[in-house]
Design a protein around this ligand. Structure first.
Ligand code: DLZ
Length: 162
């Protein structure tokens, strides 16, 4: 996600497929709950705007971003979905914990995607402070939840095409 533009939050809606009948999983972390709510709303609204039925969107909550890969694995094992979108928000603190978690989550989600042959989308904010998170969850730099949903739709479309 770019820090100087709205990135994929601005996209050509006319080039998106109608996703009526497609199934999506969302795994969402509880940490930084206000930010997460905005990402989740942006994500779900985008899926629904492109035709998804609310009943075809399965949402699992996990305690923190570190738990996203296991949450995605459980979801993939229990449901047949076109794509899994993982939403989290890691805010830098006094230590390097955020770097270890971000790296573990990125690796974990890559593995889940490859292992299950399901697009597994990294919708995790990795920011230096809360303001940066606000700016990227419906603020001046768009909404990472919207971007994650757009990426999930595009990857699911690719898989269905093939
Ligand atoms: C422990 C922790 C900290 C300090 N910060 C965050 C954060 O900014 N965002 C987030 O999603 N999770 C955080 N966590 C929790 C970890 O992701 C994880 O839940 C715990 O380390 C337990 O495994």
């Amino acid at each position: 996600m770019s820090s100087s533009s709205n990135g994929l939050s601005l996209y050509d809606e006319t080039k998106m497929p109608n996703i009526l009948g497609w199934k999506f999983g969302i795994v969402v972390s509880e940490w930084n709950s206000g930010i997460m709510e905005n990402l989740l709303v942006g994500c779900k609204d985008t899926l629904i705007r492109h035709g998804a039925n609310i009943n075809d969107i399965i949402t699992y909550q996990v305690p923190g971003s570190f738990e996203l890969p296991v949450g995605a694995k459980i979801l993939a094992n229990e449901n047949q979905v076109d794509a899994i979108i993982c939403l989290g928000c890691l805010i830098k603190g006094d230590t390097a914990h955020d770097e270890y978690i971000a790296s573990a989550v990125a690796n974990g989600l890559t593995q889940i995607g490859v292992m299950f042959d399901i697009p597994c989308i990294f919708g995790v904010l990795t920011v230096l402070n809360e303001q940066q998170a606000i700016d990227r969850s419906g603020g001046k730099y768009g909404n990472k939840g919207v971007e994650a949903a757009v990426t999930a739709i595009r990857m699911a479309a690719l898989k269905r095409l093939l």
